[in-house]
Ligand binder design. Structure first.
Ligand SMILES: [Zn+2]
Length: 266
């Protein structure tokens, strides 16, 4: 995983950089296509960051999940404050430092590799609609135009956020809609992915701007969020980082999540 991570991070997928964005998209395409995903690029982004629509269809399964992520990264504002080169993965004291590791390329790659693990083991995948957008860090309009029709056509009840957090080393599962009573399926999910050890929070991941994923989830849909980030991540700031164990463990956690989706009855 670490070599692929180095390669992905080195591609500087920031707004307006056509060549890098094309390379970033190709990197994802080259990983997902052999796993049976059908890829289309949509939207005429003025930032050269179209939306990747990746679909996996399994006619033998009626289970569905919408996944969300983004391949763009926040630009480097204060290069003097970076202690390591931002587009190189540098390991220090069990943390990985670089732009995009926590938001959100590290997680995106871990999830792709988890899917690869499932495919290689011969296990079934659910039907997957993966929205991988490119304008998260500039709050562009393209995803707002593209996402609604795909949600409408796919008709899923489960929608998974780009990442999530550990609070004091304990994993958290975010969920919505707001409710007094927690939906019962969440205990089964917690057991399946975190051995029942996660805490629940009835809210969404903090966002810097209005999110086209969140705002388009239908009223009968469940928003879910979990992932390897923590409060030392420095997202959007110099010295962005991720706990290495959390990231590597997320690969297995996400694999368990997809297996849970394939079995659950919601
Ligand atoms: Zn993000």
């Amino acid at each position: 995983m670490i070599d692929q991570l180095k390669e992905f991070i080195a591609i500087q997928t920031i707004a307006h950089d056509k060549q890098s964005n094309e390379a970033g998209i190709l990197f994802i395409e080259n990983l997902l296509t052999p796993l049976g995903f059908e890829i289309t690029l949509e939207g005429n982004s003025k930032y050269h960051q179209p939306v990747i629509i990746a679909k996996h269809t399994n006619p033998k399964s009626d289970k569905k999940i919408v996944l969300y992520g983004h391949y763009d990264v926040e630009k480097i504002r204060k290069i003097d404050e970076w202690e390591t080169p931002p587009f190189e993965v540098v390991e220090k004291e069990n943390r990985l430092f670089c732009r995009g590791i926590a938001d959100n390329k590290g997680i995106l790659l871990a999830r792709i590799l988890a899917i690869e693990d499932i495919v290689k083991s011969g296990k079934e995948l659910p039907n997957i609609l993966w929205i991988i957008q490119g304008e998260e860090e500039v709050a562009g309009q393209t995803p707002f135009e593209i996402i609604p029709k795909h949600f409408e056509n796919f008709q899923s009840v489960l929608y998974l956020e780009e990442t999530g957090i550990y609070r004091k080393e304990k994993p958290v599962i975010f969920y919505l809609p707001k409710s007094d009573e927690r939906p019962s399926f969440l205990n089964g999910m917690n057991k399946a992915i975190y051995n029942g050890e996660a805490a629940f929070e009835n809210r969404h991941l903090n966002k810097f701007t209005t999110c086209p994923f969140l705002t388009n989830i239908p009223s009968n849909g469940y928003y879910l969020g979990f992932g390897p980030n923590d409060f030392s991540a420095n997202i959007h700031r110099p010295n962005e980082s991720m706990n290495k164990d959390n990231l590597f463990n997320h690969r297995l956690t996400f694999q368990k999540f997809l297996e849970w989706v394939s079995q659950t009855n919601i």
